[in-house]
Design a protein around this ligand. Structure first.
Ligand SMILES: Nc1ncnc2c1ncn2[C@@H]1O[C@H](COP(=O)(O)OP(=O)(O)OP(=O)(O)O)[C@@H](O)[C@H]1O
Ligand SMILES: [Mg+2]
Length: 222
């Protein structure tokens, strides 16, 4: 089972949006996906009730849990055939983030690109550095502006200060992301021909490639 955790100290950076759309994109490519929602806001878990009403015969599992229960939940997910566990976390540098990052093969940090977001990104990456999770961490620009300088600033902060890469594919500001979730669907299901769907698929592919590269490096150094 692969485990990906989506973390960021900043509220509204796009953690839950990314988790849900990635979960559905991954499922459509054959993964058996379980989402673990560690956020007391329970956004992902509540959304799954909407999905249950709207989408019949669906395999996607979304469960709420706590940091201390995470290891047990992941074991249960593995035992039940999950091949990709996606962990959504609260907007904080806290126990949930530590446990989620420790359990993950890949840590994904979504960030918007304003200067305030960059302050927060620095805090998040600094925290991940303290818990030695930076080598498996990658940043995803979300609701990205077309301002090239904003991407360059984020790349400079993540890369030069922390040695962390920024995915080449960014998620732009897409109304289709929220609109599809309102119908209980991911954008790749509800609007597969739209730009947002392509972006989600490309981000999923880039994350898979990052994960494979990490696994290769681990094998070589073993
Ligand atoms: N790329 C995007 N384009 C348009 N709207 C977006 C995008 N990403 C997120 N949003 C919107 O921004 C808001 C916050 O997103 P989301 O809930 O995913 O953030 P979050 O990091 O999970 O927040 P929290 O930290 O409170 O859990 C939501 O209304 C969501 O629809
Ligand atoms: Mg959230």
């Amino acid at each position: 089972m692969r485990t990906w955790s989506v973390v960021s100290q900043k509220g509204g950076s796009g953690k839950t949006t990314l988790v849900l759309h990635l979960a559905i994109a991954a499922a459509s490519e054959g993964a058996a996906v379980s989402v673990v929602d560690l956020d007391p806001q329970r956004s992902a878990e509540r959304w799954s009730e909407l999905r249950e009403e709207r989408v019949k015969n669906d395999d996607l599992v979304v469960v709420h849990g706590t940091a201390t229960g995470l290891a047990g939940m992941l074991k249960a997910a593995r035992d039940n055939g999950t091949t990709l566990a996606l962990i959504d976390t609260p907007p904080a540098v806290d126990k949930s983030m530590i446990y989620a990052a420790a359990a993950a093969d890949v840590v994904i940090v979504p960030t918007r690109s304003s200067v305030m977001d960059q302050f927060s990104l620095r805090e998040t990456l600094d925290y991940l550095k303290q818990i030695r999770a930076l080598t498996k961490t990658v940043v995803v620009l979300n609701a990205a502006s077309t301002d090239k300088a904003a991407r360059a600033d984020t790349e400079h902060l993540a890369g030069d200060e922390f040695g962390v890469g920024v995915l080449s594919v960014a998620l732009a500001d897409h109304v289709d992301l929220a609109a599809s979730l309102r119908t209980g669907r991911g954008v790749t299901e509800a609007a597969p021909k739209r730009k947002a769907a392509k972006a989600v698929q490309d981000i999923y592919a880039e994350l898979c490639a990052f994960e494979r590269k990490l696994a290769r490096a681990r094998r070589l150094s073993a």
